[in-house]
Design a protein around this ligand. Structure first.
Ligand code: UDP
Length: 242
Protein backbone atom coordinates (compact mmCIF):
# COMPACT_ATOMS: atom_id res chain seq x y z
CA UNK A 1 0.00 0.00 0.00
CA UNK A 2 1.27 3.49 -0.89
CA UNK A 3 2.14 5.33 2.36
CA UNK A 4 2.51 8.97 3.33
CA UNK A 5 4.27 9.91 6.56
CA UNK A 6 3.04 12.88 8.57
CA UNK A 7 4.70 13.81 11.85
CA UNK A 8 6.16 10.30 12.05
CA UNK A 9 2.84 8.52 11.54
CA UNK A 10 2.27 6.45 8.39
CA UNK A 11 -0.98 6.94 6.46
CA UNK A 12 -2.37 4.81 3.65
CA UNK A 13 -2.64 6.96 0.53
CA UNK A 14 -6.07 5.72 -0.41
CA UNK A 15 -9.53 6.99 -1.40
CA UNK A 16 -12.62 6.44 0.73
CA UNK A 17 -13.88 3.70 -1.56
CA UNK A 18 -10.48 1.98 -1.75
CA UNK A 19 -10.25 2.04 2.06
CA UNK A 20 -13.64 0.31 2.40
CA UNK A 21 -12.57 -2.30 -0.19
CA UNK A 22 -9.36 -2.82 1.77
CA UNK A 23 -11.48 -3.55 4.85
CA UNK A 24 -13.43 -6.16 2.90
CA UNK A 25 -10.14 -7.81 1.94
CA UNK A 26 -9.03 -7.71 5.62
CA UNK A 27 -12.12 -9.80 6.42
CA UNK A 28 -10.91 -12.57 4.15
CA UNK A 29 -7.31 -13.25 5.22
CA UNK A 30 -7.98 -14.82 8.64
CA UNK A 31 -5.82 -12.25 10.47
CA UNK A 32 -6.68 -9.47 12.92
CA UNK A 33 -6.48 -5.90 11.62
CA UNK A 34 -6.41 -2.50 13.32
CA UNK A 35 -7.69 0.61 11.59
CA UNK A 36 -7.31 4.13 12.96
CA UNK A 37 -8.46 7.49 11.72
CA UNK A 38 -6.05 10.15 12.99
CA UNK A 39 -6.90 13.84 12.55
CA UNK A 40 -4.67 16.86 13.24
CA UNK A 41 -5.45 16.85 16.94
CA UNK A 42 -4.62 13.17 17.28
CA UNK A 43 -1.34 13.59 15.37
CA UNK A 44 -0.41 16.54 17.58
CA UNK A 45 -1.00 14.40 20.68
CA UNK A 46 0.83 11.39 19.22
CA UNK A 47 3.87 13.55 18.44
CA UNK A 48 4.14 14.20 22.17
CA UNK A 49 3.19 10.68 23.32
CA UNK A 50 5.58 8.09 21.92
CA UNK A 51 3.46 5.15 23.10
CA UNK A 52 0.43 6.52 21.27
CA UNK A 53 2.55 7.14 18.15
CA UNK A 54 3.83 3.55 18.27
CA UNK A 55 0.26 2.26 18.51
CA UNK A 56 -0.86 4.33 15.51
CA UNK A 57 2.08 3.00 13.51
CA UNK A 58 1.19 -0.58 14.35
CA UNK A 59 -2.16 -0.19 12.54
CA UNK A 60 -2.82 -2.03 9.28
CA UNK A 61 -4.35 1.16 7.93
CA UNK A 62 -4.40 4.77 9.12
CA UNK A 63 -6.70 7.05 7.13
CA UNK A 64 -6.69 10.88 7.34
CA UNK A 65 -9.82 11.87 9.23
CA UNK A 66 -9.46 15.62 8.79
CA UNK A 67 -8.65 18.14 6.12
CA UNK A 68 -5.71 19.40 8.22
CA UNK A 69 -3.92 16.08 7.68
CA UNK A 70 -4.39 16.39 3.91
CA UNK A 71 -3.00 19.96 3.99
CA UNK A 72 -0.06 18.73 6.06
CA UNK A 73 0.70 16.06 3.45
CA UNK A 74 0.75 18.78 0.74
CA UNK A 75 3.19 20.83 2.83
CA UNK A 76 5.39 17.75 3.07
CA UNK A 77 5.39 17.40 -0.72
CA UNK A 78 3.24 14.30 -1.26
CA UNK A 79 -0.44 15.12 -1.05
CA UNK A 80 -2.78 12.39 0.21
CA UNK A 81 -5.45 11.38 -2.33
CA UNK A 82 -8.30 12.61 -0.15
CA UNK A 83 -9.67 13.07 3.33
CA UNK A 84 -11.17 9.79 4.58
CA UNK A 85 -13.37 10.49 7.61
CA UNK A 86 -13.89 7.47 9.86
CA UNK A 87 -17.61 8.21 9.88
CA UNK A 88 -17.79 8.13 6.06
CA UNK A 89 -15.63 5.03 5.91
CA UNK A 90 -18.04 3.18 8.20
CA UNK A 91 -21.05 4.20 6.09
CA UNK A 92 -19.28 3.19 2.87
CA UNK A 93 -18.43 -0.17 4.43
CA UNK A 94 -22.02 -0.67 5.67
CA UNK A 95 -23.22 -0.06 2.12
CA UNK A 96 -20.83 -2.73 0.81
CA UNK A 97 -21.95 -5.18 3.52
CA UNK A 98 -25.67 -4.60 2.81
CA UNK A 99 -27.78 -7.78 3.05
CA UNK A 100 -24.63 -9.81 3.77
CA UNK A 101 -23.74 -12.14 6.63
CA UNK A 102 -20.88 -10.15 8.22
CA UNK A 103 -21.46 -9.14 11.84
CA UNK A 104 -20.60 -5.92 13.66
CA UNK A 105 -20.41 -4.85 17.33
CA UNK A 106 -20.74 -1.19 18.43
CA UNK A 107 -18.73 -0.34 21.56
CA UNK A 108 -18.64 3.23 22.87
CA UNK A 109 -20.56 6.44 23.43
CA UNK A 110 -22.87 7.51 26.22
CA UNK A 111 -25.53 5.04 27.49
CA UNK A 112 -28.14 4.20 24.83
CA UNK A 113 -26.20 5.91 22.01
CA UNK A 114 -24.74 2.71 20.50
CA UNK A 115 -28.16 1.01 20.88
CA UNK A 116 -29.91 3.86 19.04
CA UNK A 117 -27.17 3.85 16.42
CA UNK A 118 -27.70 0.09 15.91
CA UNK A 119 -31.41 0.59 15.34
CA UNK A 120 -30.89 3.36 12.75
CA UNK A 121 -28.04 1.66 10.89
CA UNK A 122 -29.68 -1.79 10.77
CA UNK A 123 -32.83 -0.28 9.33
CA UNK A 124 -31.00 1.71 6.69
CA UNK A 125 -28.30 -0.78 5.63
CA UNK A 126 -29.81 -4.20 6.40
CA UNK A 127 -26.67 -5.37 8.17
CA UNK A 128 -26.19 -7.40 11.34
CA UNK A 129 -25.13 -5.43 14.40
CA UNK A 130 -25.02 -8.27 16.88
CA UNK A 131 -24.26 -6.32 20.05
CA UNK A 132 -23.70 -2.91 21.62
CA UNK A 133 -22.22 -1.48 24.77
CA UNK A 134 -21.74 2.08 25.99
CA UNK A 135 -18.22 3.35 26.49
CA UNK A 136 -18.27 4.21 30.19
CA UNK A 137 -16.93 1.34 32.28
CA UNK A 138 -14.96 0.28 35.32
CA UNK A 139 -12.78 -2.85 35.44
CA UNK A 140 -15.71 -5.13 36.25
CA UNK A 141 -17.92 -3.83 33.45
CA UNK A 142 -14.98 -3.90 31.02
CA UNK A 143 -14.53 -7.62 31.69
CA UNK A 144 -18.23 -8.23 31.02
CA UNK A 145 -18.00 -6.28 27.76
CA UNK A 146 -14.96 -8.31 26.64
CA UNK A 147 -16.73 -11.57 27.55
CA UNK A 148 -19.80 -10.52 25.59
CA UNK A 149 -17.76 -9.56 22.51
CA UNK A 150 -15.96 -12.90 22.65
CA UNK A 151 -19.21 -14.82 23.00
CA UNK A 152 -20.70 -13.03 19.99
CA UNK A 153 -17.43 -13.07 18.02
CA UNK A 154 -18.26 -10.26 15.55
CA UNK A 155 -16.36 -9.81 12.29
CA UNK A 156 -15.95 -6.10 12.94
CA UNK A 157 -15.57 -4.32 16.29
CA UNK A 158 -16.11 -0.56 16.11
CA UNK A 159 -14.72 1.22 19.18
CA UNK A 160 -15.84 4.80 19.87
CA UNK A 161 -14.18 5.91 23.09
CA UNK A 162 -12.46 9.03 21.70
CA UNK A 163 -8.70 9.29 21.13
CA UNK A 164 -6.31 8.13 22.47
CA UNK A 165 -8.48 5.93 24.71
CA UNK A 166 -9.93 3.85 21.85
CA UNK A 167 -6.57 3.21 20.13
CA UNK A 168 -4.90 2.26 23.42
CA UNK A 169 -7.83 0.04 24.37
CA UNK A 170 -7.76 -1.80 21.05
CA UNK A 171 -3.97 -2.25 21.17
CA UNK A 172 -4.10 -3.60 24.73
CA UNK A 173 -6.99 -5.99 24.15
CA UNK A 174 -6.72 -7.15 20.54
CA UNK A 175 -5.07 -10.46 21.39
CA UNK A 176 -7.86 -11.34 23.81
CA UNK A 177 -10.75 -10.44 21.53
CA UNK A 178 -12.53 -12.53 18.91
CA UNK A 179 -12.96 -10.18 15.98
CA UNK A 180 -11.22 -9.63 12.67
CA UNK A 181 -11.32 -5.85 12.25
CA UNK A 182 -10.82 -3.40 15.12
CA UNK A 183 -11.51 0.20 14.23
CA UNK A 184 -11.43 3.39 16.30
CA UNK A 185 -14.44 5.49 15.34
CA UNK A 186 -14.40 8.49 17.76
CA UNK A 187 -17.83 10.07 18.07
CA UNK A 188 -19.33 8.21 15.07
CA UNK A 189 -22.03 6.48 17.14
CA UNK A 190 -23.29 9.95 18.16
CA UNK A 191 -23.65 10.68 14.44
CA UNK A 192 -25.22 7.30 13.52
CA UNK A 193 -27.78 7.64 16.33
CA UNK A 194 -28.77 11.14 15.20
CA UNK A 195 -27.70 12.66 18.54
CA UNK A 196 -25.10 14.80 16.75
CA UNK A 197 -25.70 16.08 13.22
CA UNK A 198 -22.95 15.89 10.61
CA UNK A 199 -22.00 19.20 8.99
CA UNK A 200 -23.92 20.12 5.81
CA UNK A 201 -22.17 18.97 2.60
CA UNK A 202 -21.10 22.48 1.67
CA UNK A 203 -18.97 22.73 4.85
CA UNK A 204 -17.42 19.32 4.13
CA UNK A 205 -16.69 20.20 0.48
CA UNK A 206 -15.02 23.48 1.48
CA UNK A 207 -12.90 21.70 4.11
CA UNK A 208 -14.70 23.59 6.88
CA UNK A 209 -16.33 20.78 8.87
CA UNK A 210 -14.15 21.77 11.84
CA UNK A 211 -15.73 25.26 11.74
CA UNK A 212 -19.25 23.81 11.75
CA UNK A 213 -18.40 21.60 14.73
CA UNK A 214 -16.89 24.58 16.54
CA UNK A 215 -20.06 26.65 16.00
CA UNK A 216 -22.30 23.76 17.16
CA UNK A 217 -20.10 22.72 20.10
CA UNK A 218 -18.15 25.80 21.29
CA UNK A 219 -16.78 23.64 24.13
CA UNK A 220 -14.46 22.11 21.50
CA UNK A 221 -12.60 25.42 21.24
CA UNK A 222 -9.72 24.45 23.52
CA UNK A 223 -9.25 21.15 21.64
CA UNK A 224 -9.28 23.00 18.36
CA UNK A 225 -6.42 25.27 19.41
CA UNK A 226 -4.31 22.25 18.56
CA UNK A 227 -5.10 22.67 14.85
CA UNK A 228 -2.85 25.73 14.26
CA UNK A 229 -0.25 24.22 16.61
CA UNK A 230 -0.34 21.07 14.48
CA UNK A 231 0.30 23.10 11.29
CA UNK A 232 3.21 24.92 12.93
CA UNK A 233 4.66 21.60 14.02
CA UNK A 234 4.37 20.20 10.46
CA UNK A 235 6.19 23.26 9.04
CA UNK A 236 8.88 23.10 11.73
CA UNK A 237 9.35 19.39 11.09
CA UNK A 238 9.73 20.03 7.35
CA UNK A 239 12.23 22.86 7.84
CA UNK A 240 14.33 20.60 10.07
CA UNK A 241 14.26 18.14 7.15
CA UNK A 242 12.96 15.23 9.17
N1 UDP B 1 -16.52 8.23 25.02
C1 UDP B 1 -16.74 7.00 25.61
N2 UDP B 1 -16.07 6.70 26.76
C2 UDP B 1 -15.20 7.55 27.34
C3 UDP B 1 -14.95 8.80 26.73
C4 UDP B 1 -15.64 9.11 25.56
O1 UDP B 1 -17.50 6.21 25.10
O2 UDP B 1 -14.64 7.21 28.39
C5 UDP B 1 -17.22 8.55 23.78
C6 UDP B 1 -18.05 9.81 23.80
O3 UDP B 1 -19.33 9.52 24.35
C7 UDP B 1 -18.10 10.15 22.32
C8 UDP B 1 -16.75 9.63 21.80
O4 UDP B 1 -16.25 8.78 22.80
O5 UDP B 1 -19.12 9.42 21.69
C9 UDP B 1 -15.72 10.72 21.54
O6 UDP B 1 -16.24 11.64 20.70
P1 UDP B 1 -15.38 12.85 20.12
O7 UDP B 1 -16.34 13.73 19.43
O8 UDP B 1 -14.50 13.42 21.19
O9 UDP B 1 -14.45 12.06 19.12
P2 UDP B 1 -13.93 12.47 17.71
O10 UDP B 1 -15.00 12.06 16.76
O11 UDP B 1 -13.65 13.95 17.76
O12 UDP B 1 -12.69 11.63 17.63
Amino acid sequence: MDKVNILEVDFSNITLDEAADKMLSFLKDGKKHMIFTPNSEILYDAYKDSEFKKILNSADMNVPDGIGVVYASAINGKKLKQRVAGYDLCLNLFEKLKNGDKTIYFFGGAPKVAENAKEKIEKKYKIKIIGTSDGYFDDKKEKLIIDEINKLSPDILLVGLGAPKQEKWIYKNINNLNAKIFMGVGGSFDGFSGAVKRAPDIFIKLGLEWLYRLIKQPSRFVRMLKLPLFMLLVIKHKIKGR
